[in-house]
Design a protein around this ligand. Structure first.
Ligand code: G3H
Ligand code: 13P
Ligand code: ZN
Length: 311
């Protein structure tokens, strides 16, 4: 099966009250761990690539690894640019075989965000590619820009209709209290998402797919393994899984996960290397790391997103 766009996936997810997992990919082991899990539970997938991933692994390597995953799994898979910062990056991914791009104009003014997003949509749609836009700013570290938690600005529901209508975007990322990275809440702070904003957005944009960035749960089991094996990730806190399940039942059709993959991979490597200090064959320490990714993703697909059996 060739790469697909997210159109059909989101339509079914919206109607079925579940969400599609959008997993960040940077190398072969990550792609294999994710796609092996999805194959076992027959889940559709979004594999997403950031500017940092393209710089690290190179565009062509990632596209061909994803092609290999398609051959291996025969699953519906969309290849998506995560946090496209400008028109040129989006164009390069559209021309280079991606089926979906995000143009992240959330740091611009409302007017400039609309202008930039509209330009990307016009080009993408002329090539059969879909576009995700963003309104509102997430707390935490987003690419190179550090927006402090205090200044994080939630999506303003009164802006969403105009944004979607004037840009023609196919999905919209909103800020309701999630954030990127492994430190989403302060110690002692009660994790909280603004479901009232999500409900208002859903009311204003009927049948429209909403995206949640910064949605890793920062699985304590992996944090503990890392800390036990020479790491130091004190106070890492993520989004509770029950909140993600609730969002997936609502208008949220795409849930972005990267930090959990990083933690699972790192836990696997650290645990192996500490138990086997004289080993230096990457296949030995990357095998348990890849197995951790597979376990993690399987659990997300079945118990958090609810997209198992929907391929
Ligand atoms: O939202 C950001 C993603 O986790 C990608 O992170 O830019 O370090 O690849 P990255
Ligand atoms: P996490 O850091 O919570 O995994 O978020 C990833 C993300 O939003 C990628 O765009
Ligand atoms: Zn993101």
């Amino acid at each position: 099966m060739p790469l697909v766009t997210t159109t059909e996936m989101f339509k079914k997810a919206y109607e079925g009250g579940y969400a599609i997992g959008a997993f960040n990919v940077n190398n072969m082991e990550i792609i294999q761990g994710i796609t092996e899990a999805a194959k076992e539970v027959q889940a559709p997938l979004i594999l997403q690539v950031s500017a940092g991933a393209r710089k690290y692994a190179k565009h062509a390597y990632l596209v061909h690894l994803v092609q290999a995953a398609l051959e291996d799994t025969n699953l519906p898979i969309a290849l998506h640019l995560d946090h496209g910062a400008d028109f040129e990056t989006c164009k390069s991914c559209i021309d280079g075989g991606f089926t979906s791009v995000m143009i992240d104009g959330s740091h611009h003014s409302f007017k400039d965000n609309i202008e930039l997003t509209k330009r990307v949509v016009e080009y993408a749609h002329s090539k059969g590619v879909v576009v995700e836009g963003e309104l509102g700013q997430l707390a935490g570290i987003e690419d190179d820009v550090n927006v402090s938690a205090e200044n994080a600005s939630y999506t303003q529901p009164e802006q969403v209709e105009e944004f979607v209508k004037s840009t023609g975007v196919d999905s919209l990322a909103i800020a309701i209290g999630t954030s990127h990275g492994a430190f989403k809440f302060k110690p002692g702070q009660n994790p909280k998402l603004r479901f009232d904003i999500l409900k208002e957005v859903e009311k204003r944009l009927p049948n429209f797919p909403i995206v949640l960035h910064g949605a890793s749960s920062v699985i304590p089991e992996y944090v503990e393994i890392i800390n036990k094996n020479g790491g130091n990730l004190a106070d890492a806190i993520g989004i509770p899984e029950d909140m993600l399940r609730e969002a997936a039942k609502m208008a949220v059709c795409k849930i972005n996960i990267d930090s959990d993959l990083r933690l699972a991979l790192t836990a696997g490597i650290r645990e192996y290397m500490f138990a086997n200090p004289s080993h230096f064959d990457p296949r030995q320490y990357l095998s348990p790391a890849r197995a951790n990714i597979k376990d993690l993703v399987k659990n997300k697909l079945v118990h958090v997103l609810g997209c198992n059996g929907k391929a």
